[in-house]
Design a protein around this ligand. Structure first.
Ligand SMILES: NC(=O)c1ccc[n+]([C@@H]2O[C@H](COP(=O)([O-])OP(=O)(O)OC[C@H]3O[C@@H](n4cnc5c(N)ncnc54)[C@H](OP(=O)(O)O)[C@@H]3O)[C@@H](O)[C@H]2O)c1
Length: 223
């Protein structure tokens, strides 16, 4: 069994909004973090930027940048921090590299119609199930309700819950343990992968509430 205290974690498309917060926070915890990108140069540039943030926080620079396919090959666990419309073609491309490994889906399929956001229903049931149908990996669904911008402000605190679901119990346990290591996050087992649409659809709800009530950075807390 993998040691959840020291894992090789790839953020595929980790150069964007959600990637930075996860990369820096997992690196602070001592995990081996790889930032993936479609372009090696961009991955290396972002890794340098993230390492500078780590240094400014008094931490060791320990993040490296690789092309997504190399990041997926090296890592034990890969997180798809890629917009959902592009995640599935990326999954086809990375299928071999991700075989039998843990893959985390924070994907939120949603669209704006008029002045509201709606959850986009997929034939497989959810984005995580679609990812699982493409990959031969141990897919776990998590992190959908983390507001990325606040998560990437490392001097601020928060208290957010993370609903985690998946069919591979060991993989889910590892993701829950990893998540609980991050200060301010509390992970809960929410069931099998088939419940993922319920978790994914919370995000457009949060966004609608934020927009209409002039609020920012809403997360969820189960009380
Ligand atoms: N933003 C949030 O607050 C938030 C919160 C929870 C969950 N999520 C979910 O997390 C995922 C990432 O969200 P994000 O806001 O971090 O996304 P993002 O910043 O818009 O994009 C992340 C990265 O995706 C890669 N990418 C863009 N187009 C691509 C394509 N055609 N093919 C492959 N890769 C592509 C880019 O990396 P390269 O150019 O380096 O390849 C980009 O930096 C989404 O599925 C979203 O639903 C987001």
């Amino acid at each position: 069994m993998a040691n959840p205290n020291k894992m090789k974690i790839a953020l595929l498309g980790g150069t964007g909004h959600l990637g930075i917060g996860l990369a820096i926070r997992f690196a602070i915890l001592g995990h081996e973090v790889i930032v993936g990108s479609r372009r090696l140069e961009k991955a290396q540039m972002k890794a340098e930027e993230y390492n500078n943030i780590l240094k400014s926080l008094g931490e060791k620079a320990r993040i490296k940048g690789l092309a997504n396919e190399d990041a997926a090959s090296e890592a034990e666990i890969s997180i798809f921090t890629i917009p959902w419309e592009h995640a599935f073609s990326t999954a086809e491309f990375l299928k071999e590299a991700l075989k039998e490994k843990i893959v985390v889906s924070p994907l939120v399929p949603m669209e704006k119609r008029g002045n509201a956001f709606y959850y986009t229903k997929l034939p497989e049931g959810s984005a995580a199930e679609r990812l699982a149908s493409i990959l031969e990996s141990r897919v776990v669904s998590a992190y959908h309700t983390i507001p990325a911008e606040k998560f990437a402000r490392f001097n601020e605190s928060f208290e957010w819950d993370v609903a985690v679901c998946g069919d591979d119990e060991r993989a889910k346990k590892i993701v829950i343990e990893l998540t609980n290591q991050i200060d301010g996050l509390r992970a809960y087992d929410a069931g099998p992968l088939a419940v993922s649409s319920m978790i994914e659809s919370i995000t457009p709800l949060l966004i609608n509430i934020m927009v209409r009530n002039k609020l920012k950075d809403l997360g969820v807390r189960f009380v």
